[in-house]
Design a protein around this ligand. Structure first.
Ligand code: BTN
Length: 349
């Protein structure tokens, strides 16, 4: 639970809005009002007036939100205040944060699943209108690139997948994952103040030599058109890499490990969804190649490092020189020639 600190226990006075229309989604209205007031109290009278219901009615709504996992304090003279946000995602609070960020799209929040990417694919196959998001508290078979597993325990981390039906040429999406990495990486830098986050070609967000987040884009293509696409994102947030399996413990990190504090998972999820939707739109509507090349230079983890590349049976090494406009990794070989890598596993040499 991310706790709010409270200095003076003030009562927050929201600016009067006119005309006072009854909100369409009362739960989300209450939570947004509490979020805006936080860490202060919000008067029960204000909520009753805005929701056009009795104070008992407001109390019943607050009680329902508490049962959904929210910690809301009540004080007779001051009203209600959000005392903290749960570490496990809850629907009404995610809804409120999405609205707060100006994002409107359907989301499916699961307690458990095999993989949010697989769940999104099943929903697409069943005809669900896109875009939409699938999130889960944990994953039994979270997966990464090249058949790897994604460690997905319950509590503290984010596992989410955005599903699209772009029906557009494949070439528009050749740099999709790299652009998502730059966009979300920048968001995480801005939100957390952790300056040294970088992107590791092609799908990781790193801090020094440790992995913080991973991306997995899977698409269904027909006649060179991307029919549907799922972008999966896993971020280690409030867990500690010390608790990870020993094979990945030393090369992983979490936002909590890096900053020493807990982060609000609902706010992060909503902002990541917003940025990811925007990045997908940019891929579809603009030519992002030049912008990507420039931004990649600023966040490139591998630049100038000696790397070893494994692609199928082939292994070779060289010095990483950034990306070309197709998003391929430029490698300077020992013989002075340059080679572009489009796929494969890259490790420091
Ligand atoms: C990688 O590091 O190779 C990519 C990891 C991607 C993990 C995310 S978690 C949400 C989504 N569901 C999955 O099964 N994988 C992605």
């Amino acid at each position: 639970m991310a706790k709010y600190e409270l200095g003076q226990k003030k009562v927050f006075k929201p600016k009067a809005k006119s005309p006072l229309k009854k909100p369409q989604d009362p739960d989300s209205f209450v939570l947004r009002a509490l979020l805006q007031a936080s860490p202060h109290y919000l008067s029960g009278n204000y909520l009753a007036e805005r929701l056009k219901m009795s104070r008992v009615g407001v109390w019943a709504r607050i009680d329902k939100l508490r049962k959904a996992g929210l910690s809301i304090e009540a004080s007779q003279n001051r009203g209600y205040r959000l005392a903290g946000e749960p570490d496990l995602l809850v629907k009404p609070l995610l809804n409120a944060w999405l609205k707060e960020c100006g994002v409107s799209l359907p989301f499916y929040l699961l307690k458990n699943t095999d993989s949010t990417n697989s769940e999104a694919e099943r929903l697409l196959a069943s005809g669900q209108k896109a875009p939409f998001v699938v999130l889960s508290h944990q994953q039994e078979e979270g997966r990464g690139r090249m058949g790897r597993k994604w460690h997905s325990p319950k509590g503290g981390n984010l596992y989410l997948s955005l599903a699209f039906r772009p029906n557009a040429e494949l070439v528009k999406f050749r740099n999709f994952t790299l652009w998502q990495g730059i966009s979300i990486g920048q968001l995480l830098k801005d939100q957390t103040g952790i300056k040294d986050l970088s992107v590791k070609w092609p799908n990781d967000i790193f801090y020094n030599n440790q992995k913080l987040a991973g991306m997995l884009t899977e698409a269904s293509i027909d006649c060179d058109q991307v029919r549907s696409m799922v972008f999966g994102f896993g971020l280690n947030v409030n867990s500690s890499a010390k608790s990870f399996p020993k094979e990945i413990r030393d090369c992983s990190t979490t936002l909590k490990d890096l900053s020493g504090k807990n982060w609000r998972v609902h706010e992060l999820a909503a902002k990541i969804i917003k940025v990811s939707l925007q990045a997908a739109r940019e891929c579809l509507e603009q030519n992002i190649d030049d912008k990507l090349k420039q931004k990649w230079q600023e966040m490139d983890y591998l630049y100038g490092k000696r790397v070893k590349i494994r692609n199928g049976q082939e292994t070779f090494s060289g010095k990483a020189l950034g990306i070309d406009s197709s998003g391929g990794l430029r490698i300077k070989l020992r013989n002075g020639r340059e080679r572009i890598v489009q796929a494969g596993e890259v490790n420091l040499h």
